[in-house]
Write a protein that binds this ligand. Structure first.
Ligand code: NAD
Length: 501
C-alpha cells in the first residue's frame, strides 16, 4: 500500500487536504481528544490504495469516557424543551447543507462511491432526514386511558401513558452509507431527548468527524453526541457491553448483529438490528420490459452493489428471460468503472481489498457450483479495488444465491408462474426488501402481501422516504428505522395511575 496522500493527481484530495492532513481525534463532550491508546488507523482511498488520512483507534477507556459524558448530558438534554430540540436539529440540517459539498467529497474519497451518489444518496437524503426528525421532536405524544379496576368498586382514577427517552444510545454503523447510517440513528435519538455515542465503521469514519464539527457548531450541549472511531472488536464491543448504555442500535452484517444482540440481551439493553439482505426482484411477463431492465440494473449496481437492499436475486419469467438477462448485461457493460470522484464515474471501486476478495470468493464459488458468467467478474488492472459489474446465470441452491455478497453481482434465474416466483423469492434466511415488476395490479398486491420482507417495492427499487419505516424480517433484523417507528424505538412507555378519591 502506498503510504502517501495523492494530492498532486487528485483534485478532490487537494481541495480537502487540510482536513485529511489534520490529526483526526475522538469527539467526546464537544471536545477533540486523543485516543487513550495513542494509536491511529490508516484511511485508504479505495480508488488509488493511497493512505489519505488517519483516524483514532478508540478503545474501552475512550468508550467509557464517552458513555459517562452521554449519561451526564442525558440529565439536561432529556429535560430540554421539544422546541429547543427541534430548533437545534434544524440548525444542524442547515449547517450540513452549507457543508454538503465538503461532506460529499469526503464520502467519495473515503468510501469510493461516485460523487453523484454521495451528493444525493448520502448527504442530500441525510439533510432531509434531520429536518424530518426535527419535526417529530415537538410531536411526541402519550395518551390518557379510562380504566376499570373491577376489584376497587367506586374508586376513581386518572391514568396516562407518558413517552420518555430510553436514555443513552450506543450506535454502531457500517461503511456503505456512512453519513446516512449515522444520521438515521443520531437524529431520532436527539429528537426524543436521548444522548448518543456513535462508533462509525473503521473503513469510513471521516464524514462522522465532519458531522461532529457541525454538531458542536450547531450548539448541542456537551455529551449529547459523542463520536468514538475505532475497530469493532475493541471500540464496538466496549460500547455494546458498557452498562451505562441503555439501547444499542446496530447496522451491519447478520453475523456481527447476532453477537451484538446477544451482548445486549445479557444486560437487558434495548436493541435494534438492521442487518443484511439478499433481496429478490421478480419480473413478470406483463412487466414493461425496458423499465424493468433499467430498474433491475440500478437495483444491483447502485453504490457498487454495496447496498443492504441490493436486488441481487433476479427472477425473470421464462418467456422473457433471455431478453432481460441480455438487457441487464448490456447495461453492466456500459457502466464506466472508475474513481468515484471522476465526473464520468458510473461505478467506483469497492470499499477495500478485503471486500473485493470477498466478492471474488463468492463469484469463484458460483463458478465452481456451475454458474455461467454472462459478463463481468474481472478486476481492473492497476491500483484501486475495482471490479467489473457481474451478471451470473445461477440456480437456487448455489451459495452465491443464498448468501449476501455485498458487491455488484446479480444472479439471474427463470420462473414459470407466480407461485414458483414466490417460493424462490422466500427461499432465503434474509427478509429485508424485494421488488415486483408488473402491470397487473392484482398480482402486484398478491406478491407484495406474500413476499417475506420488510419492504416490497412495485415497479421501482431502492426508493426510501423519511416517513416510511425500514427494516427487516427473518435474519435481516429486528426493529425499524425511519418514520414514526424509528421515534418509537427511542422511547419507553411510562404508565402513571392516580387514585382520585
Ligand atoms: P460488519 O457487521 O462487519 O460491521 C458493522 C459495524 O460493526 C462496524 O462499525 C464494525 O466496526 C462493527 N463491529 C464489528 N464487530 C463488532 C463487534 N464484535 N461488536 C461491536 N461492533 C462490531 O458489517 P460491514 O461489513 O461494515 O457492513 C456490511 C453489512 O451491513 C452488510 O451485511 C449489509 O447488508 C449491512 N447493512 C445493513 C443495512 C440495513 O439497514 N439493514 C444498511 C447498511 C448495511
Amino acid at each position: 500500500m502506498n503510504n502517501k496522500i495523492d494530492a498532486e493527481t487528485n483534485p478532490l484530495i487537494a481541495k480537502n487536504i487540510k482536513f485529511l492532513n489534520r490529526k483526526q481525534k475522538l469527539m467526546i463532550n464537544n471536545e477533540w481528544v486523543e485516543p487513550s491508546s495513542g494509536n491511529f488507523i490508516d484511511v485508504v482511498d479505495p480508488a488509488t490504495e493511497n493512505v489519505v488520512s488517519h483516524i483514532a483507534a478508540g478503545n474501552k477507556v475512550d468508550i467509557d469516557k464517552a458513555v459517562n459524558a452521554a449519561n451526564e448530558a442525558f440529565k439536561c438534554w432529556s429535560k430540554v424543551t421539544p422546541l429547543t430540540r427541534q430548533s437545534l436539529l434544524l440548525q444542524l440540517a442547515d449547517l450540513m447543507e452549507k457543508n454538503a459539498e465538503r461532506l460529499s467529497e469526503i464520502e467519495s474519497i473515503d468510501n469510493g462511491k461516485s460523487l453523484i451518489i454521495a451528493r444525493n444518496g448520502d448527504v442530500g437524503s441525510s439533510i432531509n432526514f434531520v429536518r424530518y426528525m426535527a419535526g417529530w421532536a415537538t410531536k411526541i405524544m402519550g395518551s390518557t386511558l379510562d380504566i376499570s379496576a373491577p376489584h376497587m368498586p367506586g374508586a376513581e382514577f386518572h391514568a396516562y401513558i407518558k413517552k420518555q427517552p430510553v436514555g443513552v444510545i450506543g450506535a454502531i454503523v457500517p461503511w456503505n452509507f456512512p453519513l446516512s447510517m449515522a444520521i438515521w440513528k443520531i437524529a431520532p435519538a436527539l429528537a426524543t431527548g436521548c444522548t448518543i455515542v456513535l462508533k462509525p465503521a473503521e473503513q469510513t469514519s471521516l464524514s462522522a468527524l465532519i458531522l461532529a464539527e457541525l454538531i458542536i457548531e450547531a450548539g448541542f450541549p456537551p455529551g449529547a453526541v459523542n463520536i468514538v472511531t475505532g475497530y469493532g472488536l475493541e471500540a464496538g464491543n466496549s460500547l455494546v457491553t458498557n452498562p451505562g448504555v441503555n439501547k444499542i442500535t446496530f447496522t451491519g452484517s447478520v453475523e456481527t448483529g447476532k453477537i451484538v444482540g446477544r451482548a445486549a440481551v445479557a444486560e437487558m439493553k434495548r436493541f435494534t438490528l438492521e442487518l443484511g439482505g439478499k433481496s429478490p426482484i421478480i419480473i413478470r411477463k406483463d412487466a414493461n420490459i425496458d423499465t424493468a431492465i433499467l430498474g433491475a440494473s440500478m437495483a444491483i449496481f447502485f453504490n457498487q452493489g454495496q447496498t443492504c437492499t441490493a436486488g441481487s436475486r433476479l427472477y425473470i419469467h421464462q418467456s422473457i428471460f433471455d431478453k432481460v438477462v441480455d438487457g441487464v448485461s448490456k447495461f453492466a457493460e456500459n457502466i464506466n468503472v472508475q474513481p468515484g470522484y471522476d465526473a464520468a464515474c458510473g461505478m467506483g471501486p469497492l470499499v477495500s481489498d478485503e471486500q473485493r476478495n470477498r466478492v471474488f470468493g463468492f463469484i469463484k464459488s458460483g463458478i465452481e457450483e456451475g454458474a455461467e458468467v454472462i459478463t463481468g467478474a474481472k478486476k481492473l488492472p492497476g491500483a484501486g479495488y475495482f471490479i467489473t459489474p457481474t451478471v451470473l446465470k445461477t440456480s437456487q441452491k448455489m451459495k452465491v444465491v443464498q448468501e449476501e455478497i455485498f458487491g455488484p453481482v446479480v444472479c439471474a434465474m427463470p420462473f414459470d408462474d407466480d407461485e414458483e416466483a414466490l417460493t424462490l423469492a422466500n427461499d432465503t434466511r434474509y427478509g429485508l426488501a424485494a421488488s415486483v415488476w408488473t402491470q397487473d395490479l392484482r398480482s402486484a398486491h398478491d406478491l407484495a402481501a406474500n413476499i417475506h420482507a420488510g419492504t416490497v417495492w412495485v415497479n421501482c427499487h431502492n426508493v426510501f422516504d423519511p416517513n416510511l419505516p425500514f427494516g427487516g424480517v427473518k435474519q435481516s433484523g429486528i426493529g425499524r428505522e425511519l418514520g414514526k417507528a424509528s421515534i418509537d424505538g427511542y422511547l419507553e412507555d411510562k404508565t402513571v395511575l392516580m387514585k382520585l378519591n
